[in-house]
Design a protein around this ligand. Sequence first.
Ligand code: GDP
Length: 301
Amino acid sequence: EKFRDGLSKTRDSFVGAMNDLVKDYRKVDEEFFEELEEILISADVGVNTVMDLIDDLKDEARTRNISDAKEIQPVISEKLAELLQKTDEETKLNMQENELTVILFVGVNGVGKTTTIGKLAHKFKGEGKRVVMAAGDTFRAGAIEQLEVWGERVGVDVIKQQAGSDPAAVMYDAIRSAKSKKADVLLCDTAGRLQNKVNLMNELEKVKRVLTREVPDAPHEVLLVLDATTGQNAMSQAKTFGKSTDVSGIVLTKLDGTAKGGIVLAIRHELDIPVKLVGLGEGMDDLQEFEADQYVHGLFA
Ligand code: GDP
């Protein structure tokens, strides 16, 4: 249900355009594929992904002898699902059993990092886990307070220092505190200023080193948070962060606010980083684990 609701904008424009296409073109010909290409590109599926997909569909249409546009529609959803399904076993968060799991969140300001941390804290708490949050964005004015607001809202402790302090020192405090409280999960916020990329990436490296020193295989996840409404910008952020930090998964936020939900496919195909969580609204329950078949179902059903 959540997926269906959250993807309604994408579904309306995508499925609407697909239906028109099938109505206008009864025949599956070169022109049909050109129109389909445009629909997919305008849903932010990504040019390279679309090209591969169209090639696949043409092959499929040839081998299955499909010439009627109506018949190709299920093949399209089949192919979209296939493209995503590879991911399923990788999309689960890497949680440690009976030990502290440390999750580091990275991403530029405004993408929804703090909100995602708050939502995830709420989700884990609901599962009976002990959660600690670390206010590692000491740079942006208001970031610490914002995390504290979430802390109060969901009833989770926030470890913080003053604005402007060393984020690595905050992480040191936080992981020590999480260990002494025998917490199950530590969720770490980080800065997202991109004015000085090298500086930020060095800071993230330092933060990671502090965590690893305290818990040898921490962080267990480095989640890059991307705003689905920013399309190609999100893709280039993924490339920037992917190059310098070992991103283990993506959180795609604001899927509810865009008709361009096809970006999930582009991320998968062009970056090869699994989307693990999606944000489908601003409320604390509006975070879902990503599931390929639910996503494709949400697009078409
Ligand atoms: P940060 O700077 O990356 O920490 O971003 P914030 O967590 O402050 O989020 C920026 C804005 O995006 C806030 O107004 C959030 O309520 C909003 N937001 C975050 N996630 C979602 C989402 O999944 N859907 C919608 N509609 N809004 C979101």
